[in-house]
Design a protein around this ligand. Structure first.
Ligand code: PEP
Ligand code: MN
Length: 376
C-alpha cells in the first residue's frame, strides 16, 4: 500500500505527525517514508509493508494530509504504476526535468578518447542547443585486450569542458561502485561544472551488488539499460533494486536484444516495448538506437537505419535518446562503425522533431477518441 500525502507537506506539522502516529498504531505493519523531488513539487509517499490487506483504504484516505491511497501489486512496488495514472513520472536533476511526457537527446562519444574530440563534440552540442551528452570513461568490453576506457584519468577534462559548453547532464556508464567515488571526487575537484547520470550497462543489469550501491546514493540519477538476454520483467525488477535502496530517479533504457534473429543489425530492436514500460512503471524510457542497430548503413530510401529506429522509438513515446556520435569515427577507439558524424547532428535533431510531432499528433488523436467515446 502506498499513501500519497498532499504535495509539499510540511514534515514538522501536526497533520504529518498525526498520519505517522496513526500508522505506528497499526499492528504488523512497517512503513517507510519516501520523498519524491519533482520539478515543481515534493511529494511525500509512505510505503506500508506487512499485512496491509485488512486495512480499509478509507480509514487512511480520510486522514487529514492524505491525498490518496493506492493498493499495490507485489511486482514493481515502488516503480510500478499500479493502475494509478495520476502518479508522478517526473524528477528533476541539475535543472533538467525527466518524465514520461518529455524528450531529451544525449548525443556523444561512446568512449572518451582524447580532449580534442571531447571538445569538438561538446562544441557541436552547444551550437545545436543541446545540454545533455553521453561520455564513456569506463567501458565494459567483450575482450580483455580491447581498450577499457580512460577511466578516472579523463574525468577532470571531460567535466571542465562540459562546464565550458553548458552541458548539464552527462550519461556515463560505471561498472564498479568505486567509479562512483572517482566521479564524485572529479566533480569536486573541478567545482561541479556539470551533472552525471550514472549508466548501468546491459552486461550489468543484474549485477545486484552494483545496483544496490548505485541505489543507495541519491546524488545521481540512473539510466538502467535492459539486459540483452533476459526478460523485460527481469530487467524491470533490476530497476526495482535501485528504487528499493532509495533512489527512484531512474530512466529505463531499451538497447536491443541479443539474438541472431535481428541480424544484420547488432541487436534485435526492441523499441515496441517503450509503451509497455510506460504502462507498467513510472520510469521515463530511453532508447539507444546506436547499440541496437549498430551500423550507420543507409536504407534504400537514403535514410540512415539509426535514424529509422530512432524515429520508431520516438513515435512510440520515448523520453530519451542515447546516441553515439564521433568527430572521426574511423579512428574512434570503440564502436566507430555506429557513430554518427558531427555534421549530421542538426539533421538528426530535425528528424527527431518530425517523429516527436507525429507522436504528439497521435496522442491528441487518442485523447480525442477517448473523449468522444467516453473512455476513462
Ligand atoms: C554503451 O552505451 O556504451 C553501452 C556499452 O551500451 P550497452 O550496455 O547497451 O551495451
Ligand atoms: Mn558502445
Amino acid at each position: 500500500m502506498i499513501i500519497i500525502l498532499q504535495p509539499n507537506i510540511d514534515q514538522s506539522s501536526d497533520i504529518y505527525n498525526n498520519v505517522l502516529q496513526h500508522l505506528s498504531n497499526l499492528s504488523k505493519i512497517e512503513f517507510r517514508v519516501h520523498n519524491v523531488e519533482g520539478a515543481h513539487q515534493t511529494l511525500t509517499e509512505i510505503y506500508l509493508i506487512g499485512e496491509t490487506t485488512s486495512i480499509p483504504l478509507e480509514s487512511i484516505s480520510a486522514l487529514p494530509g492524505v491525498e490518496r491511497v493506492i493498493r499495490i501489486a507485489d511486482e514493481y512496488r515502488l516503480l510500478g504504476r499500479h493502475y494509478d495514472h495520476a502518479r508522478s513520472t517526473s524528477f528533476e536533476y541539475n535543472g533538467i526535468e525527466f518524465s514520461q511526457e518529455n524528450l531529451h537527446v544525449f548525443a556523444g562519444l561512446c568512449a572518451v578518447d582524447n580532449r580534442v574530440n571531447v571538445e569538438r563534440m561538446m562544441k557541436a552540442l552547444k551550437a545545436n542547443g543541446q545540454s545533455c551528452t553521453r561520455m564513456g570513461a569506463y567501458k565494459p568490453r567483450t575482450s580483455p585486450y580491447s581498450f577499457q576506457g580512460h577511466g578516472a584519468k579523463c574525468l577532470p577534462y571531460v567535466f571542465e569542458l562540459a562546464g565550458k559548453y553548458d552541458i548539464k547532464v552527462i550519461a556515463m556508464e560505471i561498472t564498479h561502485e568505486t567509479h562512483l567515488l572517482e566521479i564524485q571526487m572529479a566533480l569536486q575537484q573541478t567545482g561541479y561544472p556539470t551533472g552525471i547520470m550514472l549508466q548501468i550497462g546491459t552486461r550489468n543489469t543484474q549485477n545486484f551488488e552494483l545496483l544496490k550501491a548505485v541505489g543507495k546514493q541519491q546524488t545521481f540519477p540512473v539510466l538502467l539499460k535492459r539486459g540483452f538476454g533476459i526478460t523485460l520483467e527481469e530487467s524491470l525488477n533490476a530497476a526495482e533494486y535501485l528504487a528499493s535502496e532509495g533512489n527512484t530517479k531512474i530512466l529505463f533504457g531499451l538497447r536491443g536484444m541479443k539474438t541472431n534473429a535481428g541480424d544484420p543489425h547488432r541487436n534485435l530492436v526492441d523499441f515496441a516495448h517503450v509503451p509497455v514500460v510506460k504502462r507498467l512503471t513510472r520510469m521515463p524510457v530511453c532508447i539507444d538506437p546506436s547499440h541496437s542497430a549498430g551500423t550507420r548503413a543507409a536504407s534504400s530510401d537514403s535514410i540512415l537505419e539509426i535514424c529509422h529506429v530512432t524515429a520508431q522509438g520516438i513515435i512510440a513515446g520515448a523520453n530519451m535518446i542515447l546516441v553515439d556520435f564521433h568527430p572521426d569515427p574511423a579512428n574512434a577507439l570503440v564502436d566507430g562503425a555506429q557513430a554518427l558524424l558531427l555534421h549530421e547532428l542538426p539533421y538528426f535533431l530535425e528528424d527527431i522533431q518530425i517523429a516527436r510531432q507525429a507522436y504528439k499528433q497521435r496522442l491528441a488523436l487518442a485523447n480525442r477518441f477517448r473523449k468522444e467515446h467516453n473512455i476513462t
